[in-house]
Design a protein around this ligand. Structure first.
Ligand SMILES: NC(=O)c1ccc[n+]([C@@H]2O[C@H](COP(=O)([O-])OP(=O)(O)OC[C@H]3O[C@@H](n4cnc5c(N)ncnc54)[C@H](O)[C@@H]3O)[C@@H](O)[C@H]2O)c1
Length: 268
């Protein structure tokens, strides 16, 4: 796939670490100039993945592309407009937007407790919606109008396996992710006539540094000899997103690809 994205400009939210970092690395490897985004300079250090955001952006220049580090809370509309401006001033008009930032995180950090559907704190529900659904919508509102004018672009939103099942636990997160998947479909329909594609990727459990740090990981699900029965790797999610960002998926829009080893095999 060497250089299939040559000359493209990608903004990947939440790419200082974790899945987002795997995505921004793959897009840079495939030739795109990339904006590495996170909520703060320090976010990549939280689970020991890098010293700071600028270090992550600097490392990616090894692919011979231009890079910039941009910060901002995706729950804050003004911050998003500002970080999009900074990206485009440094790299040019954005042609690929991957909305990866998110997570099942309470208003004061950590997982909500309780985290079911009726008694989860309302401020936690709001924080989860801000960080996932509203952040994704706000980033699209800041970037996609320019794509429509230029008549080209690809948007990839991140759902989750939770978006497609009726879990009791992490209920608000599941609802926000389900809404992201459906927002993807409605936006795809709106953008069709303007040659802008919008798709979603729903990862299953994927081993990132945060994932390892916040739970006990059963080694059975890391066993490489059963590739479809193990947890996913960030690079496997990144490959699906890079495919949806590239001309390899030129006739695909409004779809969701699950990257979960085939755990879910039903429509919707
Ligand atoms: N790892 C998994 O098992 C898994 C499974 C399904 C979906 N996901 C989704 O994949 C995405 C990445 O998850 P991850 O596992 O890499 O976790 P992670 O915590 O390592 O990465 C999330 C990134 O988003 C950033 N972020 C969070 N809230 C933000 C905000 N308000 N403004 C700006 N940046 C913000 C974080 O700082 C971090 O860089 C999330 O949307 C998550 O919901 C992950």
């Amino acid at each position: 796939m060497d250089q299939i994205l040559k000359g493209e400009v990608a903004l990947v939210t939440g790419s200082g670490r974790g899945l987002g970092h795997a995505v921004v690395s793959r897009l840079a490897e495939w030739g795109a100039h990339v904006a590495v985004h996170d909520i703060s300079q320090e976010a990549p250090a939280e689970f020991g993945e890098a010293k700071n955001l600028d270090e992550v952006a600097a490392r990616l220049t090894r692919f011979g592309v231009r890079t910039v580090g941009v910060t901002g809370d995706i729950g804050n509309p003004e911050a998003i407009v500002e970080l999009v401006k900074r990206t485009e001033a440094a790299l040019g008009p954005i042609s690929i937007l991957a909305n990866v930032a998110g997570g099942d995180i309470a208003a004061k950090g950590g997982k909500p407790n309780p985290n079911e559907n009726l008694f989860v704190a309302w401020e936690d529900v709001q924080a989860i919606f801000n960080r996932n659904l509203f952040g994704t919508m706000l980033c699209c509102r800041a970037v996609v109008p320019g794509m429509l004018e230029r008549k080209r672009g690809a948007v990839i939103n991140i759902g989750s396996g939770d978006a497609h099942t009726g879990h009791v636990n992490s209920g608000a997160y599941a609802v926000a992710k389900a809404a992201i998947v459906h927002y993807t479909r409605t936006l795809a329909n709106q953008c069709r006539e303007h040659n802008v594609r919008v798709n979603a990727v729903s990862p299953g459990a994927t081993v990132t540094a945060r994932f390892k740090a916040t739970r006990t990981v059963d080694p059975k699900f890391l066993d490489e000899s059963t590739p479809l029965l193990r947890f996913g790797k960030p690079e496997e999610v990144a490959d699906a997103i890079a495919f949806l960002a590239s001309p390899l998926s030129a006739h695909i829009s409004g779809q969701v690809i699950r990257v979960d080893g085939g755990l879910q095999s039903w429509p919707g």
